[in-house]
Design a protein around this ligand. Sequence first.
Ligand SMILES: [Zn+2]
Length: 207
Amino acid sequence: MIPALAGAGIGRLTIIDPDLADLSNLHRQPIYRSRDAGEPKAALAGQFVRRLNPFVEVDPIERRVEPGNAAALLGGHDLVIDGTDNFAARLAVSDACVDLGLPLISAAAAQWQGQVGLFRARPCYRCFVGDAFDTDECDNCAELGVTGALTGMAGNLAALLAIRFFAQAGSDAAGQVHLIDALAGTTRLIRIPADPTCRTCGAVTSS
Ligand SMILES: [Zn+2]
């Protein structure tokens, strides 16, 4: 995702990641090298971007996005792309985006399944997955495993949606999710219905 965005000359990238590079991540996070193990991922990603395209302004932030800080971290941006590895973080990011009026591209993958979609106001990501996972981190890549080829596919699809968004190219992708089934070798595009009882976007006027 980051190479595609930086290579495309995206104007400014804020990269938020609290973790350190780990050898177990390398198969799915190819901007890191084995010698980077133990170094902060956000700073390493910033270096990668500067080397690839010095015209991109990059701001690495070594923080974990949580409900209490999401609005402060995400506010002021034009678009948010979420690639976090657990539902609690994804829902915190989504709720903040709805509150701030920011469009959100959510990209997730576990085992052999991937999901990538653009959400703007309503329906939101919470309409898609529901409330059950706010405090549940049972779904992360480290526990379930994921193939790096699939995260690469999901990440690049997220970058493609972002480039389309900024270039205003193609149809409006808001409210649609690409479902990738790596075992079947298929992708499906589904439209997400707004949840009339959604506690995040239920009171937001549809755009
Ligand atoms: Zn919603």
